[in-house]
Design a protein around this ligand. Structure first.
Ligand SMILES: [Zn+2]
Length: 290
């Protein structure tokens, strides 16, 4: 839940609107205090503007965490397919958007005889998945209170694109496989420098937390690495193992988010799916701390 539910630090430390680094009030003026003012290896603005009070974690870190991870997300890599950085790879990205009928039925059971307006409170999971030829794969989901008709799947697929690019760029030149011509057109626009381009209905304003909309970050990243990313439009994602596997992963993300399966099963099935579609043993690249 963005914005709400944070524990505030209460120490008079605020997040700066301009640079998202801690700022405090000194003698009536807002300043970026030490050690953040000089220690940070990142841009700090000259005229701090308080946006909101910092959380305890932010006070410790000295800044807002600029990227919010999805609540449901699993990303790993299969050992057998690791290639050196710079080796061209392909990645299938797929979104899974489906109304949660079970959650809707549960809502009706708990609110008998009331108007259906409240159904808007039932969240709509959007699953996403990606599967890359170098063994990287990801699955996850987000929820939205808005019911999309038509565009929901595209929104989910763009989420898959976001996390795939986040993982792969700029280390591997990447060809994205999709059956959405809209994704091809968007990425081409971003490559050309039209980084404000988003699908109709997408909200580009900063989130309540002050974070930038994910697609705008993606647009900038694609433009910055425009020589490293291309999109290939397929008639049907199922035509390639990468697309078909990504589709299965996106369904796992949806089912996990919609409480049909638990995280353990999402992890195990995700690994089995990636290994099966890539045709290798289900052996993961070890992650530090595991
Ligand atoms: Zn600032």
């Amino acid at each position: 839940m963005e914005g709400g539910g944070h524990h505030m630090s209460g120490g008079g430390e605020w997040i700066c609107t301009n640079c998202k680094i801690i700022c405090v009030q000194r003698d009536g003026a807002w300043v970026h205090p030490e050690p953040w003012a000089t220690l940070k290896a990142r841009w700090i603005c000259a005229n701090p503007q308080p946006m909101r009070e910092a959380t305890v974690g932010e006070s410790k870190r000295g800044s807002m965490q600029s990227l919010k991870r999805d609540r449901w997300i699993i990303e790993r890599q299969l050992q057998r397919l690791v290639v050196p950085e710079g080796t061209p790879i392909q990645v299938g990205v797929v979104g899974w958007y489906q109304h949660d009928d079970v959650a809707a039925a549960e809502w009706r059971r708990r609110h008998p005889g009331t108007r259906e307006d409240g159904l808007a409170q039932v969240s709509h999971p959007r699953g996403w998945g990606y599967l890359a030829s170098d063994g990287h794969y990801g699955l996850g989901a987000t929820t939205t209170q808005r019911r999309y008709d038509g565009a929901g799947e595209l929104a989910a697929e763009l989420r898959a694109l976001f996390w795939a690019c986040r993982k792969l760029l700029p280390r591997w030149p990447t060809t994205v496989l999709t059956d959405y011509p809209e994704i091809h057109d968007l990425v081409e626009a971003w490559r050309r420098g039209d980084t404000e381009r988003v699908p109709e209905g997408y909200n580009t304003e900063d989130r309540e937390s002050g974070r930038e909309a994910k697609l705008l970050r993606l647009a900038r990243a694609v433009h910055q690495h425009r020589d490293l990313v291309t999109v290939k439009v397929l008639d049907d994602y199922a035509d390639t193992p990468l697309g078909a596997g990504a589709n299965k992963l996106s369904n796992l993300g949806w089912r996990w988010c919609a409480n049909r399966i638990r995280k353990t099963e999402a992890k195990e099935s995700g690994l089995a799916t990636a290994a099966r579609y890539l045709g290798v043993d289900p052996v993961l690249v070890p992650v530090e701390g595991e």
